[in-house]
Design a protein around this ligand. Structure first.
Ligand SMILES: [Mg+2]
Length: 361
C-alpha cells in the first residue's frame, strides 16, 4: 500500500447546551467535541470524541507521530502502536479518548480508500440499528420534559430514557409523567448516573414497579461491581453500566462480576471501534447484549456490525452537535439508523466553516 498516513489533524470545539443540563451526579452548560482527521492518499478519515479540549493537545503531541507514515489499511497495528505509546500517560481518560477518536478516523479513512461503507468494511450483521431517545435532564421543567419526550414519539422512536437521581418524590413524579406522555407501548428507561446506595436503589425500584421501567442504568457507582450485582438481583428492570470504561479488561471484569443485564460501552472512550468490537465479543461470551453509549453518528456503522447489539443512545447533546457539525447524518425516524450503502466510510462530511466559531483548540 503506497498511500501511507500523511497527516493527523485535530481541533476542539465547545458548544453551549440549549439550556443548563444535569443528571444525578453532574451538571454542565457546554459540551466539547474533539475532531480528528487522518489523511492518506486522496482521502480523509473522520473521528471524534467528547471530553476536555486537552484531548486535542494529546493527539497532536503524543499520537500524530505514532500514526504518520503507517499503512492505513492495518488499523490494528496502528491501534497497538498508539496503546503502546501512551503506556506511561495512562489509558483511562484523556489518552483513552484520544486513541478512540484516532481509531475511529483510521477505520473511516480505510473504508474511504477502499470505496465502501464502513459497515460493509466491518461486515454488517443488520441493516437497521435501533436507537432510544436520551435526555430528560434533571434541570428540565415539566413542560420541557414533555416536549422532548413528545419529539421522540413524533419520530416514532419507541424507547426513551430520562435522568433520575433527585429526591425520591421528584424522581417518581418525573417517571410517572414520562409514562403518561409516552403511553404504555414505549419502553421507558432511567439513568441514575451512580447516585444511589444499593438500598436506596432497591427501595426506589419497588416504588416505581407499576411504571414498567425496563432499564435502570448505573443505580450505584459503575465501579461498584458488587453493588450493581446486588441491585441487579433485587429489581425487575435490567441493570446496565459501562459508559466510563476505557479498555477491554474493564468490561471483562464487569461481565465476570455478573454486574449488568446489558453491557454499555462508548466507542469514543473505550478505545475506538477496534476495542468496541472486542468488547462486543466479551459481552457475547457472557450471554449479554451491548448498547452503544452516546455519540450516535459515531457508533452507527460499528453497531450494524455486531450480532449482539441491543441499541444506540440517541443522546440529546450529541445529536444536536453532530447535526450542526456534520453533513450526511443518519435520520432517526422510525427508531433506527440505517447506514447508507452508497457513501464510503461513515458517510459524513465535517462542516469546517460551520464549526469554526466554536473552536477552542
Ligand atoms: Mg448514563
Amino acid at each position: 500500500m503506497s498511500d501511507h498516513i500523511k497527516a493527523v489533524d485535530v481541533a476542539a470545539y465547545t458548544v453551549d447546551t440549549d439550556q443548563p443540563e444535569a443528571d444525578g451526579t453532574f451538571r454542565w452548560t457546554s459540551t466539547t467535541i474533539v475532531v480528528v482527521t487522518i489523511s492518506a492518499g486522496d482521502q480523509q478519515g473522520l473521528g471524534w470524541t467528547y471530553g476536555p479540549a486537552a484531548i486535542a493537545d494529546f493527539v497532536r503531541g503524543e499520537l500524530a507521530e505514532v500514526l504518520i507514515g503507517r499503512d492505513p489499511l492495518d488499523v490494528p497495528a496502528a491501534w497497538s502502536a498508539m496503546v503502546g505509546a501512551i503506556r506511561n500517560a495512562g489509558r483511562p481518560g484523556v489518552a483513552g479518548y484520544a486513541i478512540s477518536a484516532a481509531d475511529v478516523a483510521l477505520w473511516d479513512v480505510k473504508s474511504r480508500l477502499l470505496g465502501i461503507g464502513l459497515h460493509r468494511l466491518l461486515g454488517a450483521a443488520r441493516e437497521a440499528v435501533p436507537i432510544y431517545g436520551s435526555g430528560g435532564f434533571l434541570t428540565y421543567d415539566d413542560r420541557t420534559l414533555r416536549e422532548q419526550l413528545e419529539s421522540w414519539a413524533e419520530q416514532h422512536i419507541p424507547r426513551a430514557k430520562i435522568k433520575i437521581g433527585d429526591t425520591d418524590q421528584r424522581d417518581l413524579a418525573r417517571m410517572r409523567q414520562a409514562r403518561e406522555v409516552l403511553g404504555s407501548d414505549c419502553e421507558l428507561y432511567v439513568d441514575a448516573n451512580g447516585k444511589y446506595t444499593v438500598k436506596q436503589a432497591i427501595r426506589l425500584a419497588r416504588c416505581f414497579a407499576e411504571l414498567d421501567i425496563r432499564w435502570f442504568e448505573e443505580p450505584v457507582r459503575s465501579d461498584d461491581l458488587a453493588g450493581l450485582r446486588q441491585v441487579r438481583r433485587a429489581v425487575a428492570p435490567e441493570v446496565t453500566a459501562g459508559e466510563y470504561g476505557c479498555d477491554l479488561v474493564y468490561f471483562q471484569r464487569m461481565c465476570a462480576a455478573e454486574s449488568v443485564d446489558c453491557l454499555q460501552a462508548d466507542i469514543s472512550r473505550c478505545g475506538g471501534i477496534t476495542e468496541w468490537l472486542r468488547i462486543a465479543a466479551v459481552a457475547a461470551a457472557h450471554g449479554l447484549q451491548l448498547s452503544g453509549h452516546c455519540a450516535p453518528q459515531l457508533h452507527a456503522h460499528a453497531a450494524a456490525a455486531i450480532p449482539n447489539l441491543r441499541h444506540l443512545e440517541w443522546f440529546h447533546d450529541h445529536v444536536r452537535i453532530e447535526r450542526r457539525f456534520f453533513d450526511g447524518v443518519l435520520d432517526p425516524a422510525g427508531g433506527a439508523l440505517v447506514p447508507d450503502d452508497l457513501s464510503p466510510g461513515n458517510g459524513l462530511v465535517f462542516k469546517t466553516a460551520d464549526a469554526e466559531p466554536y473552536r477552542v483548540r
